[in-house]
Design a protein around this ligand. Structure first.
Ligand code: SF4
Length: 334
C-alpha cells in the first residue's frame, strides 16, 4: 500500500495523524497528486521543505521503472512494480484526447486460448493505488487522458474491490474528477462480478468479451465459459443494461475460420438480436497462439451481416499491433 491507495478522506486522516500536516495541507497534497499528476514532493511548491522531507520519509511514492514503446498510434508502457513484477498499460492516441488501457492484475488466471496475457497465469491483483498510478503516469505523459478502459492485463471483475476503489479515487472532484461515463470495464464473463458491479452503482460502462455464439466454441476459446455459460452471461449483461441505463458493448474478436463462419455469424445474430447491445468486431492480432486474422473483405462481410439484421456494430481496429500493445497482446514482452 502507498499513498496512492488513499482516497481524500483517508489521505487527510493519514497525513494529519501520521505525518502531522494541517488538514488544508493534506488537501493540497491530494490536489498536487490527483489534479496535477505531480508525483514528486519536491515539486509541491506550496509545502514547506520540512513538510516535503517528512512526506518523502513517511509516504513515499511507488518507484516503478517504466519503459516506453511508442509508435505512431500508441505508446505501450512496460512497468516494473516495486516488488519486481512486470505489467503493461497502453496509451492509444486519437484525434481527441487519448484513451488509456489499464491493467488490473499481474497476469491473468483465465487462460483464454487467443490471449498472450492468459499464457502468463496470475501472479497477484494490482492494488487500487497501482491502478491509479497507471492513470497518473499516463496523465503526466499526455497532459490529459480522455477515456479509460479496463482492458489491459487481468480480469478486472476478479479484482473488483480494488478496481472500484481506484475508480472512486479517480472520480474525486478534488482530484482528477474522471467521470465514470468515461470508464469502461471489460470482462471475460464473471457473472457474479457483473451483478456486484451493478449493485455498487459505480456509473461505469460494461463490455463483455463474447468471442463465440455457442457454449461449445466459447468454452474452447474461453475456459471461464464452463463456469458461466453464455445464457447466464447475456442475462447478467441485459440486467446491467436495463438497471444502469447504459448500453452494454459486446466484444467479438474475429478469428479466421474459427468464429467467423456463416453458420456462427447467424448464431451470433440470433443470440444478440433484440438485446440492444453494441457490438465491437475486433480483428484478431496475430500472437503465438496460432489463430489468424480474417481478410478485410471477410471482416466487412461479417459487419454487413450484423447490420442487415439491424444490430448496432462497429469494427474496432486495434492500434498498437506493432508493439504488441493491442487487445490480447499484453504479456510484458520487452
Ligand atoms: S482475454 Fe482477458 S480474461 Fe482472457 S486471458 Fe486474456 S486478459 Fe485474461
Amino acid at each position: 500500500m502507498t499513498i496512492l491507495d488513499l482516497n481524500l478522506a483517508e489521505m487527510t486522516d493519514f497525513l494529519v495523524n501520521e505525518v502531522g500536516l494541517k488538514s488544508f495541507k493534506a488537501r493540497m497534497v491530494f490536489e498536487w497528486i490527483h489534479q496535477k499528476a505531480i508525483l514528486d514532493y519536491d515539486l509541491m511548491t506550496s509545502l514547506h521543505q520540512t513538510e516535503r522531507d517528512l512526506l518523502k520519509e513517511k509516504a513515499p511514492f511507488p518507484q516503478w521503472t517504466v519503459t516506453e514503446h511508442p509508435t505512431k498510434d500508441s505508446n505501450k508502457l512496460t512497468a516494473t512494480t516495486d516488488d519486481g513484477n512486470s505489467i503493461e498499460f497502453v496509451i492509444l492516441k486519437s484525434k481527441s484526447a487519448p484513451t488509456l488501457c489499464v491493467s488490473s492484475q499481474v497476469g491473468c488466471p483465465l487462460k483464454c486460448a487467443f490471449c498472450e496475457t492468459g499464457t502468463l497465469g496470475i501472479t497477484r491483483n494490482l492494488t487500487a493505488g497501482e491502478i491509479v498510478y497507471q492513470v497518473l503516469l499516463a496523465e503526466k505523459k499526455t497532459g490529459g487522458i480522455g477515456n479509460i478502459v479496463l482492458m489491459g492485463m487481468g480480469e478486472p471483475l476478479l479484482n473488483l474491490d480494488n478496481v472500484l476503489k481506484a475508480i472512486a479515487i479517480l472520480h474525486e472532484p478534488t482530484g482528477l474528477n474522471v467521470s465514470p461515463r468515461r470508464i469502461t470495464l471489460s470482462t471475460a464473463g464473471i457473472v457474479p462480478g457483473i451483478e456486484k458491479l451493478l449493485t455498487a452503482d459505480s456509473g461505469i460502462n460494461l463490455a463483455i468479451s463474447l468471442n463465440a455464439p455457442t457454449d461449445e466454441l466459447r468454452s474452447e476459446l474461453m475456459p471461464i465459459n464452463k463456469t458461466y455459460r453464455i445464457d447466464t452471461l447475456i442475462r447478467a449483461a441485459k440486467a446491467f443494461q436495463e438497471k444502469s441505463g447504459r448500453r452494454v458493448t459486446v466484444e467479438y474478436v474475429l478469428l479466421k475460420d474459427v468464429n467467423d463462419t456463416p453458420v456462427l455469424i447467424r448464431s451470433l445474430i440470433a443470440l444478440l438480436r433484440r438485446t440492444g447491445f453494441h457490438i465491437n468486431l475486433i480483428p484478431f492480432n496475430p500472437t503465438s497462439s496460432g489463430y489468424k486474422k480474417p481478410t478485410l473483405d471477410h471482416i466487412e462481410w461479417v459487419k454487413a451481416q450484423l447490420e442487415a439484421a439491424h444490430l448496432n456494430v462497429t469494427i474496432r481496429n486495434s492500434r498498437g499491433v506493432s508493439t504488441q500493445a493491442a487487445c490480447g497482446m499484453l504479456a510484458s514482452k520487452k
